[in-house]
Design a binder for this molecule. Structure first.
Ligand SMILES: NC(=O)c1ccc[n+]([C@@H]2O[C@H](COP(=O)([O-])OP(=O)(O)OC[C@H]3O[C@@H](n4cnc5c(N)ncnc54)[C@H](OP(=O)(O)O)[C@@H]3O)[C@@H](O)[C@H]2O)c1
Length: 341
């Protein structure tokens, strides 16, 4: 089968950084689906895994990236209960297994959802990784009510126009009924976050606590940080209300001054979308439930898909282009690739 992968971890302008390959089609384990991948989305995790490591590393078998896909079930393992051949599914996947940049992929049925009925493969592929991240961050880690019991409380989303921000704004507004303030630094990204449902927009190129004060907001109940935790931590500590909650999804590169939160008894919590599959947690099937709920919300027109750009077909040259765009840090919504011509 066709696949795009790497043997060496190289800068994206190197033609060898992502290669067109032919690899063997895998066979499903007991709880696996074999999915015929029709469309994929790219995420910063792809570029982080692909990036050069300190010491040169050469893989003996190709490393296949990609953790956002939509496709059709082609075969099922002996213990699969929820899906059958022909079902249209969407999923993010498991960082410890080969990714979706291949014509067929194995995926544990517990982290797979049924695709929205009203969407094509491209629109569906834009959703899983970012929706799971946003849902888990908002409703599980920050503990915001998904049924509106926190209506009217304030949420600051740092990095609002990116993949995660685009769906997080919608979920917080539509389900949480929160007053969402999103950050964006350009006219185009500011317009996009408003379109997604942000009430206010502030600029993350300036200290965000100062930006909030300029629009009359002293402090917020919740903060969701989707970009550069190191840069924004001091402003988050200033801008969080006493007993408020901060969640970040981005690794810090230097120690954070966590004691800045002590006098406010503020909560600081991590979200990592791969935790459940990486540790095979008892509640791993929660990701199937979240994806099915997302599909329902899309079909009911309570959420809109977040595709920003679509590229065809799926091959190494187009994936290198998509990685380059992501690495520039100015993506609006999601970049999707479709088809295996
Ligand atoms: N923990 C997890 O499970 C998890 C899951 C998904 C993603 N992530 C991580 O979360 C981050 C965001 O992912 P994503 O898919 O949303 O990324 P993305 O789509 O690439 O985000 C692009 C957006 O980031 C904004 N931005 C750029 N520099 C910024 C800064 N210094 N401060 C605030 N915003 C800035 C840009 O807005 P402007 O153009 O307006 O400047 C742009 O719209 C990545 O680091 C990713 O690896 C973690």
């Amino acid at each position: 089968m066709k696949a795009v992968g790497l043997f060496q971890y190289l800068p994206i302008d190197n033609q060898e950084s992502l290669l067109d390959l032919q690899i063997d089609k895998p066979h499903p384990g007991p709880r696996d689906l074999l999915v015929s991948v029709k469309a994929i989305a790219v995420n910063p995790v792809d570029t982080k895994v692909r990036a050069p490591k300190g010491e040169p590393v050469t893989e003996t078998t190709p490393k296949i990236l990609g953790w956002d896909a939509a496709g059709e079930v082609a075969a099922v393992g002996s213990e699969v209960e929820h899906y059958k051949v022909g079902d249209r599914v969407f999923y993010a996947g498991d960082i410890t297994r080969p990714g979706c940049n291949s014509e067929y992929q194995l995926i544990d049925e517990r982290i797979v959802g049924t695709m929205p009925r009203t969407q094509d493969f491209q629109a569906a592929a834009a959703l899983p990784l970012t929706s799971l991240t946003a849902w888990e961050a908002l409703f599980e880690r920050l503990g915001i009510s998904p049924t509106g019991e926190d209506a009217g409380k304030s949420l600051l989303i740092i990095g609002g126009a990116g993949g995660v921000g685009s769906i997080a704004i919608q979920l917080a507004r539509k389900l949480g009924k929160l007053n969402v303030i999103a950050t964006a630094s350009r006219t185009k990204s500011s317009m996009w976050v408003k379109q997604m449902g942000a009430r206010h927009v502030v600029n993350h190129r300036n200290p965000i606590d100062g930006e909030l004060k300029d629009i009359g907001i002293d402090a917020v109940d919740f903060i969701l940080c989707l970009n550069n935790t190191d840069q924004h931590f001091p402003a988050m500590a200033n801008a969080i209300k006493p007993q408020g909650k901060i969640c970040t999804i981005v690794e810090n590169t230097a120690p954070l001054e966590i004691d800045l939160l002590k006098s406010k008894s503020a909560t600081f919590v991590w979200e990592f979308m791969f935790t459940r599959s990486m540790f095979q947690t008892d509640d791993m099937i929660r990701q199937q439930e979240i994806l099915n709920r997302i599909a329902e919300l899309i079909d009911q027109e309570n959420l809109i898909t977040t595709v920003g750009d679509t590229i065809e077909p799926i091959n190494a040259a187009n994936l290198r282009l998509a990685h380059q765009q992501l690495e520039a840090g100015r993506t609006i919504g999601k970049i999707v690739l479709a088809g295996w011509k």
